[in-house]
Design a protein around this ligand. Structure first.
Ligand code: HEC
Length: 157
């Protein structure tokens, strides 16, 4: 990996079109993370619908599947999609990552671990089928989403 990035730097300094190539890699990371969060939100929406808004539609297997999908995203190593410079660029759309992300690594660790822990706990609680407990834990996950967004996601333009 080290060799590769040195190679990439060499390319940037020697080829005119290289900044476009480097930019593409950043845009790719942005695209993947926007996709990951969109997929997460889709699954969170299913849980909200079945557990919070319309509990009469609760389906244990569907809620387990949705919770497992969120946990899989949270455990997938999303940090790899936050490379240097990815507060600039366009994935599916212009990124909303704030530059503060790269200035506050301790806060980043905190929100990232909260997302992972609350997701894993939701998956665990979903498996029990205890709707009240799922609802409570889903609220905690929502707070984890929000605390990261409040700190590191820019308002929609
Ligand atoms: C560690 C920080 C963090 C956590 C935790 C987090 N998000 Fe986000 N989210 C972001 C950032 C940063 C963006 C903007 C990504 C970009 O545009 O590059 C984003 C974008 C989004 C988007 C918009 C995607 C798009 O296409 O623009 C949705 C929807 C979303 N998040 C939902 C959630 C939900 C639901 C959760 C919790 C289950 C969550 N996020 C947890 C940081 C986080």
């Amino acid at each position: 990996v080290k060799f590769k990035s040195k190679f990439a730097l060499a390319v940037i300094f020697t080829a005119v079109s290289a900044s476009a190539i480097a930019g593409k890699d950043e845009d790719q990371q942005i695209k993947f993370r926007q996709s990951a969060y969109t997929f997460t939100a889709w699954n969170a929406g299913k849980i909200k619908s079945q557990v919070v808004d319309h509990p009469e539609t609760y389906n244990k297997d569907q809620v387990i599947a949705a919770a497992n999908a969120i946990a899989a995203v949270a455990n997938s190593g999303l940090g790899a999609l936050y490379g240097p410079g990815t507060d600039q660029g366009t994935g599916w759309k212009k990124t909303r990552l704030k530059p503060e992300f790269f200035e506050k690594p301790e806060d980043v660790t905190k929100v990232a671990l909260a997302f992972r822990d609350e997701s894993n706990e939701l998956a665990r609680v979903a498996a029990t089928g205890d709707v009240g407990a799922i609802k409570t834990q889903f609220g905690k996950l929502g707070e984890a989403c929000k605390s990261c967004h409040d700190k590191f996601r820019a308002k929609e333009e």
